[in-house]
Design a binder for this molecule. Structure first.
Ligand code: FES
Length: 135
């Protein structure tokens, strides 16, 4: 489990407090402070117990997916985002982050998760998978 403290929303916070169930309900798990999101056109990699994730910005929306590309486990967080399309840096398969579908083959999908920001911290709901189950 991640340990230590981080600065968010004007005060120091304990990672352990956030990791104990995020807001305590519904599978929400704290990922990282908003200010640590990659400001460029790539995603942000984050690891929490049991998950390696990529966080993307599409307009004003945060989208969280598994970091491993469904083709051959490339590092999706390192892919370049244009509009809502991320291109995997390994073999350039492209995925529409709004739908989680592969641009070239709609039967291939990213596993994505609900995301939200609370008190300057990005959370993902790691139960209730979007994309893989069509939600
Ligand atoms: S690993 Fe992503 S396109 Fe091949």
């Amino acid at each position: 489990m991640r340990s230590g403290v981080f600065w968010a929303n004007g005060r120091w916070r304990q990672w352990a407090d956030f990791m104990r169930g995020g807001d305590g309900e519904g599978g929400w798990v704290a990922l990282l402070p908003v200010e640590r999101l990659n400001p460029t056109e790539t995603g942000t990699f984050v690891s929490v117990p049991g998950y390696e994730l990529a966080i993307f910005r599409v307009a004003d929306t945060l989208i969280v997916t598994d970091n491993a590309c469904p083709h051959a486990h490339g590092n999706l967080a390192g892919g370049v985002v244009r509009g809502s399309i991320v291109a995997c840096p390994w073999h350039q398969w492209q995925f529409d982050l709004r739908t989680a579908a592969c641009v070239h083959n709609a039967s291939v999908r990213l596993r994505s998760y609900e995301a939200r920001v609370r008190d300057g911290v990005v959370y993902a709901r790691l139960r209730g998978v979007r994309g893989a189950d069509g939600v």
